[in-house]
Design a binder for this molecule. Sequence first.
Ligand code: NI
Length: 187
Amino acid sequence: MIDRTKRLTIVHYGHPALREKASPIRRITDDVKALVGRMIELMHGARGLGLAANQVGIPRRVAVVEFEGELTALIDPQIVSAKGGESAQEGCLSLPRLYGDVERPTRVVVRARDLSGKRVKLTAEGMLARAICHEMDHLNGKLFVDHVDESTLHWLVGTTEEGEPIVQPTTLDDAVKVLTAARGPGG
Ligand code: NI
């Protein structure tokens, strides 16, 4: 089911796996462990805060998140409670350079298993809660642009000499056109 001989890379907007509802992992095999290892490498290489298996073209329910130096692999995660709501900026490694504000719960409780198969219960707040919700969306075939506040949607086009971001506002329609064109035929 998970082909370990295939070289995995982060897939971008337009790849069908990003729109699939991922199926449960259930058995934590060596292939699952290898998949998680590769996902961590890719997340680090891209300086991301999280990565879901859908984003490497494998629609299975596993995601990795890293927050304040702590790396967590979530296998078959479920959000069991969510509280509050706060809007803040998000981006996604599968939608390079696109950012916008998304409303997310401020606190979530997640049940999952870790790589050893042990059941874990995690209470997350703020940025970590946001990252987990973003990854849960991926596992359900959703992307942040599905519920972004369109008035805040923008491309990060560069940085000034002072390190300030240079942004270019966009609409959802235009962003989708650019992302789809960037992917190109067979990409
Ligand atoms: Ni993402």
